[in-house]
Design a binder for this molecule. Sequence first.
Ligand code: NAD
Ligand code: GLY
Length: 361
Amino acid sequence: MELTVKTSHPYKIRIESGCLNQVGMHAGQLFPAGAKAMIVGDTNVLPIYGDAVEHALTQNGFSCFRFMFPAGEQSKRLSVVEQIYCALADSRFTRSDFIVALGGGVTGDMAGFAAATFLRGIRFLQIPTSLLAQIDSSVGGKTGVDLPQGKNLVGAFHQPSLVLIDPQTLATLPPRYFSDGMGEAVKYGCIKSRALFDLLRTAGENVGSDPAFLEKMITDCVDIKREVVEHDELDTGERMLLNFGHTFGHALEKLYDFRKLSHGEAVGIGMVMMTRLSEKAGLTKPGTADEIAEVLQKYQLPVCDEMGLEKIFEATAVDKKSNGHSLRVILLKEIGSSLIQTYSREEFSKFCGLKDGMWHE
Ligand code: NAD
Ligand code: GLY
C-alpha cells in the first residue's frame, strides 16, 4: 500500500512486509547516485536491521555510515544530536546526502531533528520499527528532543522524504511496546473512525503475528494521521485531535516521573478518564468510556489508576495545550467523532467534578 502526504514537502509512505529491504531502490528515486547515507539507530534496533538496510543502500550505489546510540528516551537529548552532527561533519555530509532514521520514535524524532538542523536542513528517510513509530511518530514531520525540564521542548517541523513501514520488523518488538502502540491505534479509532475501532474491537487473538491484520491496521491509522497532518501541518488546529487522552496521560506520566506507566498506557487511562467525565457532563454518548476500556484491556492496557483526580488535575496546569489561563482538551461525541474544547481553569475544574471549582497550582 502506498499513500502520499500532501504537506509543504509532499512524500510517500509505503506500508508493506519486507519493504525495508527495498530502501535502496526507493532512495535511488530521491537522491543522487553515490550520495552518502547516515543510518541512525539505537543499540536494540541497529544490530538487528542495520545490515539489511546498509546492504540495500550500498547495492544501489550509496555510501553508508552508521550512528548508534543507547536505546531509551534518556538518549533523546541535545548532547546526542551533537554527536550525530559531528559524525555527519566528520564524514563530510553535504545537502545532497541524507539520514536514515531506523528505529522507534526516539530515533525518528532525534535523527529527524538532526536532519532538520544540520547544514540548516538535509533530507531524511523514516524506517519506523516500533508500532508507535509506524502509526504515529514517523509521519507528520514533528522532530525534536527532550530537555531536563520536559519532553519534546526543542524541535522543528521537518517532513521526511519517504516513510518505509515494514510490519515484519514488529516481530522483534518487545510485547509491552506492541501494546503501547495498540493504545495509539485505539486512539485513532476513537477520534476519527468507528470502522477502525470495530476492527480493533473484533480482531482475533495474536494480532501481532497476523501480517494481513497489521498491514490493514497500520494503513488505516497512517491514513488518518495523513489526513489530519495535511489539514494542519503546523499543529494549530485539527492536529490537536491526535492528543486525545494526552491531557491526563501526560499528567500521569509526569506524576510517576515517567517510571510506572508507558506513554501508551498513560494515554489509554487518559482516554477513559476524560470520556467518563465528558459522559457525566452530557457531552459524550453514554457507554463510550466502557467501550474504550474494553478494547484497551483486550490489548493488555490499563484503564484506570490509583492516582487521585485532584493530583492529576493539578499536573495538567503545565500541559503544553494550556496557555496558563485555559486548556484545550479533546473530547468524543461518540466513537469516531471528536472535538476540541477550550476550558478556563475554573470550567475545567468543574468539568472534572472538583469541589471548590478552583485550579490547584
Ligand atoms: P523507542 O524509540 O524508545 O522504542 C521503544 C523500544 O523498542 C526501544 O527500546 C527500542 O530500541 C525498541 N525497538 C523499537 N523497534 C524495535 C524492533 N523492531 N525490534 C526490537 N526492539 C525495537 O520509543 P517509541 O515507543 O517507539 O517512541 C516513543 C517516542 O516517540 C517518544 O520520544 C515520543 O515523544 C515520540 N513521539 C513522537 C511523535 C511525533 O509525532 N514525532 C509522536 C508520538 C511519539
Ligand atoms: N503525535 C502527535 C502529532 O503528530 O501531532
